[in-house]
Design a binder for this molecule. Structure first.
Ligand code: G1P
Length: 296
């Protein structure tokens, strides 16, 4: 019988150098889209997919993440005294049940595969999700939930997938497609960050995975891949002839919040989706665009 997916790994050990100087003192995952940190979007998506245990792979300087998911007694009692129930309600999303969240340190930056491997003892022998909080996905049905439903049909490894421009394939894990079934594709090869022109397709891996524990065993071998790092892509690819690998074309809009342009696009998009911000921001955007166009 297939096991339910109840654990998710969040690799959050990266230095976030693309966002310096901001990330000198705050973890990238705490940077906010409108008023919610990146990590909150990932956690909400995980919860919607039925995840009960949240495993963070962290590094030095990520203390703000731990505080974020803790209770804040002083703040909460101040809000309670003032009768600010709406704000107390908002804070609830940041609270984790005792024991539901675990932090483990990746002592050396050895790649995404290594980061996931660091969580192996907490994952044990069951299927698990991996979520990269840099990839923020706006969707009617949260992306990971779509994938859990698809996984329940196949029981095989599954990676979120999306077509990217041909000249961007070197920034992603790229799938070699065996059979295209529309939302699901059966994979016959996976390459991490292939050179432009050498990619087997333009179907890229996006930061949501449902993996079988066998992938952790593959990571045990610590094989170095692209960039000299231990790549998750390679450990998943080893299962192509084994338990199988599917790409899953999710429905939704993905923002690359690991880049400044993507982060700004996500900010605008999420702000426009807020009824209380929509009109004012729309007006500002259209006036600004008109002024710029007139000036250029
Ligand atoms: C990671 C993965 C890559 C994937 C990408 C999605 O790369 O290694 O396979 O396509 O996330 O965002 P990174 O962006 O961390 O370099």
């Amino acid at each position: 019988m297939k096991r339910k997916v109840t654990k998710a790994v969040f690799p959050v050990a990266g230095l976030g150098t693309r966002f310096l100087p901001a990330t000198k003192s705050i973890p990238k995952e705490i940077m906010t889209l409108v008023d919610r940190p990146l990590i909150q979007y990932a956690i909400d998506e995980a919860r919607a997919a039925g995840i009960k245990e949240f495993i963070f792979v962290t590094s030095r300087g990520k203390g703000a993440l731990e505080d974020y998911f803790d209770l804040a007694p002083v703040l909460e009692s101040a809000l309670r005294k003032k009768g600010k129930d709406d704000l107390l309600e908002i804070l609830k999303a940041t609270n984790m049940e005792s024991g539901a969240i675990a932090y483990i340190r990746q002592h050396k930056a050895m790649g995404l595969g290594h980061a996931v491997w660091c969580a192996r003892r907490l994952i044990g022998n069951e299927p698990f999700a991996v979520m990269l909080p840099d990839d923020v996905i706006a969707a009617d049905k949260p992306c990971l939930q779509q994938m859990v439903e698809a996984y329940e049909e196949t029981g095989a490894n599954m990676v979120a997938a999306m077509e990217v421009p041909r000249d961007r394939t070197n920034a992603y894990g790229i799938l070699d497609v065996d059979r295209d079934m529309g939302d699901k594709v059966l994979v016959k090869g996976m390459v991490e960050k292939p050179e432009i022109g050498k990619a087997p397709s333009n179907l890229a891996v996006i930061g949501r995975y449902i993996l079988t524990p066998k992938v952790l065993q593959n990571l045990n071998r610590m094989k170095q891949g692209a960039g000299g790092e231990i790549q998750l892509t390679d450990a998943i690819a080893e299962e192509i002839g084994g338990q199988g690998v599917y790409g899953f074309r999710f429905k939704g809009q993905r923002f690359d919040c690991g880049s400044k342009a993507g982060f700004l696009q996500a900010t605008v998009s999420f702000a426009l989706a807020r009824p209380e911000l929509h009109d004012e921001l729309m007006q500002y955007l259209s006036e600004t665009v008109a002024q710029r166009e007139a000036a250029e």
